[in-house]
Design a binder for this molecule. Structure first.
Ligand SMILES: Cc1cc2nc3c(=O)[nH]c(=O)nc-3n(C[C@H](O)[C@H](O)[C@H](O)COP(=O)(O)OP(=O)(O)OC[C@H]3O[C@@H](n4cnc5c(N)ncnc54)[C@H](O)[C@@H]3O)c2cc1C
Length: 393
């Protein structure tokens, strides 16, 4: 426990059951579940509105890609997404996900993963080349060897979802949300958590959870330095609206089959060979995903570069044309997107940890939970439900 002598002067100060630091998807879903339990919750965000990983991402809700442990949280999250979208438009679309195999090895893997998921009771269907082409006529025939489709999965518009969720938490669940509040100190003082912001405000709570994404320098930097956390930089691209395409699902492709954890659990994964033409792509952690937005535009990604907690700045803010060209070349083998239709590109960042997430107790009542990696949109709703149940059981 750190003590910096934060004095709490006003004994009549309001006391919350829970203060959550960081209003990305991990923090906001902690607040959501605690408030649903009837707890008094304060959600503090340093920026005017959250602009971290949660708004930079693809917005594919794909439990199908996760290992068995995280898949359970992903599947549980689908239930919350069903409920939210039934109440109001949270931009969630249950359009399913399809993984398209482009060679025999990938075909093997989708058959093996189908067996694993049958066993786990997760609904999916193997489609032949012909059936895949019928459902997804825009995908180039030469690329398709077969596919596996997961009908229950969602696509979400990440540039809007979190703001709608925060509004819902405030208006319907009674969460107090305060932006422009960079938290710079948290201490346990005689069993009471004291939270201080950069502009000198002090808040009290029974418990606090820190969900600060890839921000490591405002709170407990010494803990992050030795945490094993790293940051991944991903390059993303978006086209202008392309009404000639009708992608009726999250589209994941051969390189994704070669990358996602669910396929790693398959027997033949250990013997997977990388064909020569994929080596350059693998070097930059590229796999090709497509998601079509309601206006017809298509998001295409992504690549992965990595840096340790103390070297995040080395990843830079810029976007490499070379990496984008590698992605466009591979994407062209799958979908005939005209080169000139790419109108936007950006880099997104997320924190990740070898254990799947970094969970660290600072004291009896203060915990860090960050570094959920590339699965936060898929798993946070289910994961945080379990953690809030543990916290207040
Ligand atoms: C390009 C890209 C594509 C992705 N695609 C997918 C996908 O398709 N599916 C999927 O499941 N996941 C995807 N992800 C991963 C997903 O976006 C992340 O796992 C998730 O958003 C992490 O959420 P978070 O709440 O931990 O972090 P963040 O969203 O970064 O939120 C952390 C928040 O904490 C605030 N904060 C930090 N420190 C303080 C402080 N001291 N005081 C107050 N506030 C503070 C920050 O301002 C920020 O708003 C993708 C990520 C990227 C970058």
């Amino acid at each position: 426990m750190r003590t910096s002598g934060l004095a709490v002067k006003n004994e009549k100060m309001k006391k919350y059951d829970l203060i959550v630091v960081g209003a990305g998807i991990v923090g906001t879903f902690h607040a959501f579940h605690a408030a649903k339990m009837g707890k008094k919750v304060l959600l503090l965000e340093k920026d005017n509105r959250p602009v971290g990983s949660t708004i930079q991402n693809f917005g594919q809700v794909v439990p199908s890609g996760l290992d068995a442990y995280w898949q359970k949280f992903g599947i549980r999250s689908l239930k919350f997404f069903d409920e939210l979208q039934a109440m109001s438009d949270f931009t969630l679309v249950k359009n399913g996900s399809v993984y398209i195999a482009s060679d025999e090895e990938e075909l093997n893997l989708i058959n093996e993963v189908s067996e694993l998921h049958n066993h786990a009771g997760y609904s999916q269907e193997i489609l032949s080349k012909t059936a895949t082409k019928v459902l997804f006529p825009d995908i180039n025939s030469d690329y398709i060897k077969g596919s596996i489709i997961y009908p229950e999965e969602y696509s979400v518009n990440s540039s809007e979802f979190i703001y709608k969720l925060i509004d819902y938490c405030e208006e319907k669940l009674g969460v107090e949300y305060k932006n422009h509040r960079a938290v710079i100190n948290i201490e346990d003082q005689n069993g009471e958590v004291v939270v201080k912001t950069a502009d000198g405000e002090v808040f009290l709570a029974e418990k606090a959870i820190i969900c600060s994404g890839y921000v490591f320098n405002l709170l407990f930097p010494e803990i992050y330095r030795n945490s094993g956390l790293i940051v991944s930089k991903l390059q993303m691209m978006k086209t202008e609206p392309l009404k000639q395409f009708n992608l009726k699902a999250n589209i994941l492709t051969g390189l994704t089959i070669r990358r996602y954890e669910s396929f790693e659990e398959c027997p033949s994964f250990a013997n997977l060979q990388t064909p020569d033409h994929l080596l350059a792509l693998k070097k930059w952690g590229i796999h090709i995903l497509f998601k079509q937005l309601p206006d017809g535009s298509i998001i295409v990604g992504d690549s992965h570069e990595y840096a340790g907690v103390c070297e995040v700045e080395n990843l830079g803010l810029g976007v490499s044309d070379y990496i984008n060209d590698l992605m466009k070349n591979e994407a062209e083998l799958i979908l005939n997107i005209p080169r000139k239709s790419y109108t936007q590109t950006w880099a997104g960042y997320y924190a990740q940890h070898p254990d799947g997430i970094f969970e660290h107790k600072i004291s009896e009542n203060i915990e860090i939970r960050t570094g959920i990696g590339g699965k936060g949109m898929t798993t946070s709703a289910g994961y945080t439900e379990a953690k809030i149940n543990e916290l207040f059981r």
